[in-house]
Write a protein that binds this ligand. Structure first.
Ligand code: SAH
Length: 268
């Protein structure tokens, strides 16, 4: 069996319990050496064969997986954060499908969650933004024109931008041209949850100089939006006058009490 495992954003104890068990039981581990915390490899047994995919091609990674599978070994493919974001797992899964090799995915804590924790931020605040755009600037991997930063910026929702710390002057320009004011709060979060984490608060306009002053060029997320600062409405879910499936709200004098909304049904 092959398992794709999300290693979490950095701190070794942010892997899931399932991911930890899979690493402890693995016979073969192929890990994304550029970003996965090497401390996680100390969970592996002495006999486990460990490969660093940063030095390998897709074909080489597949060959290791297939050989492991042929021998009936437990193979873990360890990706940073959660593998569903910029993880290049689909191309691996498709090749495994072609060979009829079974696999599973064990999710992980994505770095965009690690960055929110580092910032003490909630990305979705009532009255400010109820959406998070996860995107990137085009690099060697192109981004479809209809998904340009500029077009997303028009919504002025919360934005988390991956893989773009080396393009901050262009990113600021796109964000401002798209619709964010230059003063919109922003942050550069470098190596969220690692010991060397840096949280740099700035504005959309000062992203590039802020990162430059602190020497941040990679392994960072850019977070943009009014959720990082300022006013918001309190939640309906915990409003004393609000009735939910689990709690009777107090009677209100003027407005009818007990209006059910979708938030009422699920405790978040
Ligand atoms: N699957 C990963 C993302 C891989 S793409 C995830 O879910 O997080 C690699 C990019 O993710 C980096 O260039 C950087 O933009 C971001 N990244 C990964 N780990 C990070 C961390 N600990 N702190 C800040 N950004 C991180």
């Amino acid at each position: 069996m092959i398992t794709f495992v999300g290693a979490g954003p950095g701190a070794a104890d942010l892997i899931t319990l399932r991911g930890q068990r899979l690493l402890q039981e693995a016979d073969v581990v192929v890990y994304a050496g550029s970003l996965v915390n090497p401390d996680l490899l100390s969970l592996c047994r002495e006999s486990c064969r460990v490969y660093n995919s940063a030095e390998m091609t897709l074909e080489e990674v597949m060959a290791v997986m297939e050989k492991g599978e042929d021998k009936g070994l437990r193979v873990v493919r360890l990706h940073t954060g959660d593998p569903c974001l910029y993880g290049a797992i689909k191309e691996q899964m498709d090749r495994l499908d072609e060979k009829g090799i079974a696999y599973e995915v064990c999710p992980g804590v994505s770095s965009f969650c690690g960055a929110a924790a580092a910032l003490g931020a909630e990305y979705t605040l009532p009255g400010v933004s109820q959406s998070v755009v996860i995107t990137r600037m085009a690099g060697r991997t192109p981004v479809p024109e209809r998904e340009s930063i500029r077009s997303f910026a028009a919504h002025r929702a919360t934005m988390v931008i991956f893989l773009s710390a080396g393009m901050l002057p262009e990113l600021s320009e796109e964000l401002i041209n798209g619709g964010y004011s230059p003063e919109t709060p922003a942050a550069v979060v470098y190596k969220a949850t690692w010991p060397e984490e840096k949280v740099l608060r700035c504005t959309v306009e000062t992203l590039a100089e802020t990162a430059r002053e602190e020497g941040v060029r990679k392994t960072a997320l850019i977070v943009v939006g009014e959720v990082l600062e300022g006013e918001y409405d309190r939640s309906k879910l915990y409003d004393p006058f609000f009735t939910t499936e689990f709690r009777q709200g107090k009677e209100m004098k003027q407005e009818p009490a007990g209006v059910r909304t979708e938030e009422g049904g699920t405790d978040e």
